[in-house]
Design a protein around this ligand. Structure first.
Ligand SMILES: *Cc1c(COP(=O)(O)O)cnc(C)c1O
Length: 227
């Protein structure tokens, strides 16, 4: 059986290889452990192996884990769908939110961010396919929402996030990431503070690196199948 430390090591090496092949610096790609539906013991193990960034999709589960791991220095990312009655808890308990997809949610997060904390790091979730189930805004709406977020004192605009429809094959995966990567580069001219392109999961992270991802969200590749 592979331990989590071994998985992390293996994945980090693969990330470094892919970055090198694309002519990118290895440290330009950050690794985020998607820990939804994984037991806290596995997060502890991952933390001991050097992983400090964890991402969760469900608020209550995340709060329970944060309490159980309060003795560890972790950075918490929220990547799930956001209901407006949950924004206060997100603003109070997370360092990053990747799934902002409306002005209303952005304003609430900013207003509810406690004054004693640094501004909340925010990515805008983009819908890359027409699937009804995927949340996020259209690529063409991103610039306006960037403009709103950039003005909000409680938020720090960091970048874009997307979950493309699953496709197989490296080239097809690269093609599905490309519009997001292009728009990210374009928006950076107007919003130079944007430094995060949050794309790439266990099944497509190699293609995501080739298309310029700066932050991979890996779950099963690190922790094994979810409960
Ligand atoms: C679950 C999830 C992931 C991780 O998926 P894996 O395929 O297990 O790596 C990444 N991003 C989001 C938004 C998710 O919901």
């Amino acid at each position: 059986m592979t331990t989590i430390a071994e998985s992390i090591d293996l994945i980090r090496r693969r990330i470094n290889e892919c970055a090198r092949e694309s002519g990118r610096a290895a440290d330009s790609v950050q690794l985020l452990g998607v820990s939804k539906r994984q037991p806290v013991d596995k997060l502890r193990e991952a933390h001991a192996a050097g992983l400090q960034h964890f991402a969760e999709n469900y608020l209550q589960e995340a709060l329970d884990k944060q309490a159980a791991l309060a003795d560890l220095a972790c950075t918490w990312h929220f990547i799930g769908a956001i209901q407006s009655n949950k924004t206060r808890a997100l603003a109070e308990h997370f360092d990053w939110v990747h799934s902002v997809a409306s002005r209303k949610i952005a304003r609430r997060l900013s207003e509810q961010r406690p004054a004693g904390l640094a501004p909340l790091n925010v990515c805008i979730q983009i819908k890359l396919s027409d699937e009804e189930s995927k949340s996020g805004i259209e690529l063409g709406e991103a610039e306006a929402l960037c403009g709103t977020i950039a003005e909000l004192a409680g938020l720090r605009l960091r970048g874009l996030m997307a979950i493309p429809a699953p496709v197989s094959g490296h080239d097809a995966q690269r093609r599905s990431f490309r519009p997001l990567a292009r728009e990210f580069e374009r928006l950076r001219e107007r919003f130079p503070q944007m430094d995060t392109l949050s794309m790439g999961m266990s099944g497509d992270f190699e293609a995501a690196i080739a298309e310029g991802s700066t932050l991979l969200r890996l779950g099963t590749a690190l922790f094994g199948p979810r409960d």
